[in-house]
Design a protein around this ligand. Structure first.
Ligand code: ASP
Length: 317
């Protein structure tokens, strides 16, 4: 009897410091992660592509107001939402990305449209909005994206800046606040895909772009190695070219997915430099979920009957 081809989906909801908000909403966070895994998995089980599966999972996370992407995005220093997203296909390494987008309900779907239907790989700001309008991507008023929780964080930060006696710089304040979403998948045809979407860091300077939409930093997929979605301090993931570095260690040094993720996130990153978290999958259906932060919301389901949702550190595979 022919062996069934492996399927796998992994999602994350950001690698951050722990908080009271996370503790008091733990069940709701877990339910949101589980739902995203199920939505991506449904696509894979029906024979859909890894690209469609990661899009479905990320749309579910973007629509979840608890997470920092789509609705619930972090506010920038002007109190506005500017979002970044990227998607990449492992078989031909096609990719699509958008940055600094406003009013787009699901930035990941716009990134996918850039990948599938344009000759470009990266659209930003007003040009991305113009393209979204042309292809009837769903738009929402600015108020849709701003949740009470994000507004409270924004107001608190503002207050800290005004009252801080030890002159904490904006960078230090920003370094503690993030929470992106992402997904990686392996489909029945043996193709990998990765997707990442974010509102970026809390109180970021207007126009700041993080790693999530940068291919190789917060998102990467190549069938011969792995699919990776990253989260954490964007400037650090950009510096380390985190997602590509994992793939390169597998390609050039023959490391396994787990070894490569641990090498990049745990061995090569000084924890004092900031938070980094990654999820990954390879063509055999092996998965990895590695982070150096206090927590990373994460969920996974594979045809090898591995399944789970976790927030805090624990050995899961
Ligand atoms: N990496 C994202 C950024 O810097 C934030 C996060 O992952 O929480 O924009």
């Amino acid at each position: 009897m022919a062996k069934k081809k492996p399927l796998a989906i992994v999602v994350h909801g950001g690698a951050d410091p722990d908080s009271d908000h996370i503790h008091s909403n733990k069940k709701a966070y877990e339910a949101g992660i589980r739902q995203a895994v199920d939505e991506g998995c449904m696509v894979l089980e029906k024979g859909g592509s890894a690209v469609d599966a990661v899009e479905a999972a990320v749309v579910s996370l973007e629509n979840n107001p608890l997470l920092n992407a789509g609705r619930g995005s972090a506010l920038n220093a002007n109190g506005e939402v500017e979002m970044d997203a990227a998607i990449m296909r492992g078989n031909d390494q096609a990719s699509g990305a958008v940055t600094l987008v406003r009013n787009i309900r699901n930035p990941i779907s716009l990134a996918k449209a850039v990948m599938m239907n344009t000759k470009y790989r990266f659209l930003g700001d007003m040009g991305a909005l113009e393209y979204a309008k042309k292809i009837d991507i769903r738009l929402e008023p600015s108020s849709y994206f701003i949740t009470e929780h994000q507004f409270d964080l924004f107001s608190k930060k503002r207050e800290e800046e005004f009252t801080s006696s030890d002159h904490i710089g904006m960078d230090q304040l920003n370094a503690r606040m993030h929470g992106t979403v992402g997904a990686v998948a392996l489909d029945r045809d043996g193709n990998l895909a990765a997707a990442t979407s974010t509102g970026g860091t809390e109180n970021k300077k207007m126009g700041r772009i993080g790693d999530s939409c940068i291919i190789g930093a917060g998102c990467y997929a190549k069938n011969s190695t792995c699919a990776i979605s990253g989260t954490g301090d964007g400037e650090l993931l950009i510096k380390n070219i985190t997602a590509y570095d994992i793939s390169a260690l597998m390609e050039y040094k023959g490391l396994s997915l787990q070894q490569a993720c641990e090498a990049v996130v745990l061995d090569r990153t000084d924890p004092g430099e900031g938070d980094v978290g990654v999820i990954g999958v390879d063509l055999q259906g092996n998965i990895a979920l590695v982070f150096n932060s206090e927590r990373m919301h994460r969920g996974w389901k594979t045809s090898a009957k591995k399944q789970g949702v976790e927030i805090y550190p624990k050995k899961q595979n």
